[in-house]
Design a protein around this ligand. Structure first.
Ligand code: HEC
Length: 158
């Protein structure tokens, strides 16, 4: 039930993200959530990540190789920012590397004007999004089971 509740919170957040900038959000902190300041930086970064991946898709369907390369490049830059590394595990790093490799693939295929290659790299990139998110949820759930009250600290970047 706890897991279900958490999934619902994330779902609600994901749905609210495109329309809200959370100016007056409550300061209530639930187990497993980051604090408000961290969450703000992180959610800004994640919002940009979503925007760039949507523009990537637009570039692909319009056969706009510049747009593809530009947004793949922006994604690599985002993935190198400190806030990206919210979870400090080898596996998280592995997913981050897979993500960057797919983005680099996209750039190379865009330069070579290879639309099929770029489309495949986009699929890989999208899979990396989903796999990493699945992993992050698993880590959080596991930490919540072990240490409910202080689970937050272990996810903090400091
Ligand atoms: C290496 C790991 C990783 C990859 C790859 C990744 N993300 Fe994320 N993403 C995260 C983390 C960590 C969060 C923060 C989750 C939280 O705060 O609960 C997040 C949050 C988000 C959010 C905010 C909504 C939410 O669930 O909190 C969006 C939107 C998002 N990511 C989109 C994407 C997209 C689109 C891609 C692929 C282009 C992607 N992500 C790839 C780790 C990743």
């Amino acid at each position: 039930m706890k897991r279900l509740k958490y999934v619902l919170v994330i779902l609600a957040l994901a749905l609210a993200l495109p329309v809200l900038s959370f100016p007056g959000r409550e300061t209530r902190q639930e187990p497993g959530r980051l604090n408000i300041a961290q969450e703000k930086d992180l959610s800004e970064l994640m919002k940009q990540k979503l925007e760039h991946s949507q523009k990537l898709l637009e570039g692909l369907v319009r056969r706009d190789f510049d747009k593809i390369a530009k947004n793949a490049d922006a994604l690599i830059l985002l993935s190198n920012r400190a806030e990206w590394m919210v979870v400090k595990t080898a596996r998280y790093e592995l997913y981050s590397n897979t993500f960057r490799r797919s983005a680099e693939d996209l750039i190379q295929n865009a330069r070579a004007k290879n639309l099929d290659g770029a489309a495949l790299a986009y699929v890989d990139l999208t899979l990396a999004c989903v796999k990493c998110h699945k992993y992050v949820r698993e880590v959080r759930d596991a930490r919540l089971d072990q240490r409910p009250p202080s689970a937050l600290a272990s996810l903090s970047p400091h």
